[in-house]
Each structure stands twice: as C-alpha cells, then as structure tokens.
Design a binder for this molecule. Structure first.
Ligand code: GLN
Length: 239
C-alpha cells in the first residue's frame, strides 16, 4: 500500500467561510492553503469551493483569471468539494440563476438556487449522510439561502436528502449532498458546526486520488524502463 502524504487542499478564497473550511480541513488531516491565483491553484491536490453568492463568485473567478484554469484542472480529475454556492458553481446547470453566471460543469446535476424559499434564509435538519462515518450519527446541516438538487445524472451518487420533518415542507426528500467520482458537494455548510466528517470524507477522496496518481506514475516509469530495454535489444540485434 502506498503511504500517502498529507494532501494539500486549497480553499478558494474569493468569498465565504475560507478560515472555517481551512480549520476543518486541517483537523481532517490535510494541509489547507488559500487559492486566489492560477499559480496557487496549480499547486494543490484538491480544492474546496465555499459558500457565498454564486453569481458574485462566478464573476470573481473570471476577473481573477481562475475560471479556465479551474475548468481545466477539474476536467483532468482534480478532487473538489463545493458547499452551497460552491455546489451551484460545480453543477452542470443552475435554475433561478443569473443568465451570465458561469458553471464549472464538474457535476452532472441541475440545482435550483435559493430553493428553500426567499423568506426562509436559514433551515436546519439532521441528515442521514452516506459515507460520513462516525457510527452513522446524523449530520446536523445548516442551510443558508441554499440550493437543492433537482436532477442528478446516472453517474451521481446521492449522499443525503432532507428528511420529512414537520418544518421541511416542500424541501422534504430533496437531494442536498452528492458525489460524482472525486467531486463532492453539499447544499449546507458543514464548516459551521464543528463536525468535520464531511471534510474527512473529502480529504479521504483526495488521498485516494493521490494514491491512484502515484500508482499510475510508477506504472508509467516502469513502462518507460521497458521501452528503454526494448531499445537496447534492438541496438544489440542490429549490431
Ligand atoms: N444563495 C447563494 C447563491 O445563490 C448561496 C448561499 C450560500 O452559499 N450560503 O449562490
């Protein structure tokens, strides 16, 4: 088994709970660094996209020159975790968004922005969360002007839905946490509750991706050596 170093996880530092995410990542076993510039993005093993306002964050991604580099890294398989506005940015499509807001398209989901109702700024619920560990204890979720997932493609794993509580109303059963490969998203803010199980899940995903990359590098190096051996053989045969 490869021994994985502590992964370096960037926190997109344009808006939102950057410090809280960094703290949760460190407690979950990662090294956390802020990311505002393309050079900083190039150095991380994974990225957290915090909450905020997806329309503003989308604009800031463009003005900081991060949109295309981020799309490239996601397309190349970089692990990412988006919370709330971060989930909206990672989605393929947003409903009730602004027409000019940019989507990263790393998750095959359609999200509805501010889905919990404009009057209801905040909603809390205890969720059953697949893969959160901690002997199956529910995850206490804080939703702040949150989106929900209206459609999820076949490759998307649903990790949590809103339970049928008295105050859930229309929100009952809505999908609020998903994973597709190395990309994770929650409609809520786990960085606010001091429970770092969601961050642990993400750090685990980043470590697995690192192990897979190391194994691939080792295989490529072997392949290169074999190719060199072949060249030597050809040389000998030709002599
Ligand atoms: N309503 C915000 C948006 O549309 C998300 C809110 C949040 O991230 N807490 O982007």
């Amino acid at each position: 088994m490869p021994v994985t170093a502590r992964p370096t996880i960037g926190v997109l530092a344009l808006q939102g709970d950057v410090r809280e995410h960094a703290g949760a990542l460190e407690r979950a076993g990662a090294r956390a660094v802020p990311v505002r510039r393309p050079e900083e993005l190039a150095d991380v093993d994974g990225l957290v996209l915090p909450g905020g306002e997806s329309t503003t964050m989308s604009r800031l991604l463009v003005s900081f020159g991060l949109l295309e580099p981020l799309r490239d890294r996601l397309a190349a398989g970089m692990p990412a975790y988006g919370s709330c506005a971060g989930m909206i940015l990672l989605a393929r499509q947003v409903l009730d968004g602004r027409p000019d807001q940019q989507q990263l398209g790393a998750l095959d989901i359609v999200v509805r922005r501010n889905a919990f109702g404009r009057q209801v700024d905040s909603f809390e619920a205890d969720l059953e969360f697949t893969g959160a560990g901690g002997s199956g204890e529910p995850v206490h979720a804080v939703f702040i002007r949150a989106p929900w997932v209206e459609q999820a493609g076949a490759g998307v794993e649903v990790l949590a839905r809103v339970p049928h509580t008295a105050d859930a109303g229309d929100a009952a059963d809505r999908i609020v946490a998903v994973r597709q490969g190395s990309v994770l998203a929650t409609a809520f803010h786990p960085e606010l509750t001091g429970d770092e199980r969601v961050h642990r899940l993400f750090v685990g995903i980043a470590k697995d991706a690192q192990d897979a990359e190391d194994a691939q590098d080792a295989q490529d190096a072997d392949g290169a050596e074999d190719a060199e051996d072949d060249v030597d053989l050809v040389d000998l045969e030709e002599r």
